[in-house]
Design a protein around this ligand. Structure first.
Ligand SMILES: O=P(O)(O)OC[C@H]1O[C@H](OP(=O)(O)OP(=O)(O)O)[C@H](O)[C@@H]1O
Ligand SMILES: Nc1ncnc2[nH]cnc12
Length: 183
């Protein structure tokens, strides 16, 4: 995953309220996202995930959506987005994210086998909340995948298994790749 490796190594790190933020094309939509990088990432997800068991890809807002759409396009697996907006459709479920924002699950039914796909995991709090909400509606979470796992934060994930394409340590002056899927 040459492009993914280079893109992480070249990604700027900015500080926001004492928190170091990786400004990577996949997780921020900037710097400019090279189509060849998305292709490489999609190929990585397809190669490392048991997609034959998946009925639906579920992507939480916001920055997992472009990756999830690209994976949906090449696999023909339908995609549903967990939104930060209430629609009031029949069966809509809601849950609170750790930051206090309410998210809404629509069109995931009991028994659906889902792949949860997001751009990045750090503490894991966001994904844990999504997975819990999906379990509450009776879906079976087959896999939870991200492109980037940040390994320098305290994880709150205990029994949730998240697969990643690249694991990074974010420093004040840049990101260090500590593990990457070999393809
Ligand atoms: O593992 P955690 O510590 O919970 O952090 C990971 C979350 O942070 C990012 O989202 P962000 O809140 O930046 O929102 P965005 O996707 O809308 O940019 C990312 O997309 C994950 O959802
Ligand atoms: N883009 C990002 N970089 C570093 N940590 C994050 N946590 C959530 N999003 C992040």
């Amino acid at each position: 995953m040459k492009r993914l490796l280079t893109s992480v190594e070249e990604a700027p790190v900015v500080e926001r309220d004492g928190y170091h933020y990786l400004v990577h094309p996949i997780s921020n939509g900037l710097p400019t996202l090279d189509p060849a990088l998305i292709r490489e990432v999609v190929n990585g997800i397809v190669e490392t995930t048991a997609l034959e068991d998946v009925d639906k890809i579920v992507s939480p807002v916001t920055m997992g959506i472009h990756v999830a759409a690209a994976v949906s396009l090449v696999t023909d697996i339908p995609l549903v987005v967990v939104r930060d907006r209430e629609y009031g459709l029949p069966g809509e479920a809601s849950f609170e994210r750790p930051d206090g924002e309410t998210l809404y699950v629509n069109d995931v039914q009991a028994g659906d086998r889902v792949l949860v796909l997001d751009d990045l995991v750090s503490t894991g709090e966001s994904l844990a909340a999504v997975v819990e909400a999906l379990a509450d509606v009776g879906a079976e979470v087959v896999d939870v995948s991200v492109v980037v796992r940040r390994v320098d934060t305290d994880t709150v994930l205990t029994d949730l298994d998240v697969s990643s394409l690249v694991d990074v340590h974010v420093h004040a002056d840049g990101a260090e790749v500590v593990d990457i899927v070999e393809l």
